[in-house]
Design a protein around this ligand. Structure first.
Ligand code: CUA
Length: 155
């Protein structure tokens, strides 16, 4: 059986695509160290309010222009609902949920976390530009989902 030249060419292109995509994945994960936001710890969802750092939700400075934002998601609010940091601040979001699955997404940034009861999620992002950034729940969580929002204020 004779394989058509076009078929060979298409096979070659598919092979090159496959290997370059695998190469890009390896480069991003091994060399650049990029990973999806992942659970960093377990937490008892019924004892979030007593478990550090969630016993003191809010924003605190942890270094020169470095901040930690400890956020609890519950139906249907973020606690705190307002996060205020100076321009250029590197903010590490540490978040969890107490009841059902929520999301935490900051508009105009790549901050996008899943808030899962029983898990702690963490992600760091540098806010370079001054402005108000909408903080929204992007995971349908019940009747008040559309109202579950907050704000990151960079000043
Ligand atoms: Cu919380 Cu949707």
């Amino acid at each position: 059986m004779k394989v058509h030249t076009y078929e060979k060419a298409i096979l070659a292109v598919a092979g090159i695509l496959l290997f370059s995509c695998m190469g890009a994945l390896l480069y991003a994960s091994v060399y650049l160290g990029l990973h999806l936001p992942s659970p960093v710890a377990r937490i008892d969802p019924e004892r979030v309010a007593e478990t550090p750092p969630f016993d003191q939700p809010g924003v605190r400075q942890v270094g020169p222009n470095q901040y930690e934002a400890v956020v609890i998601g519950r139906s249907w609010v973020f606690q705190p609902s307002e996060i205020r940091v100076p321009a250029g601040a590197e903010v590490t979001f540490i978040a969890t949920a107490t009841d059902v699955l929520h999301g935490l997404s900051v508009a105009k940034t790549r901050v996008n976390l899943m808030l899962i009861p029983g898990q702690v999620t963490r992600m760091t992002y540098r806010f370079r530009d001054v402005g108000d950034y909408l903080l929204i729940c992007h995971e349908y969580c019940g009747i008040g989902h559309h109202a579950m929002a907050g704000k990151v204020i960079v000043e």
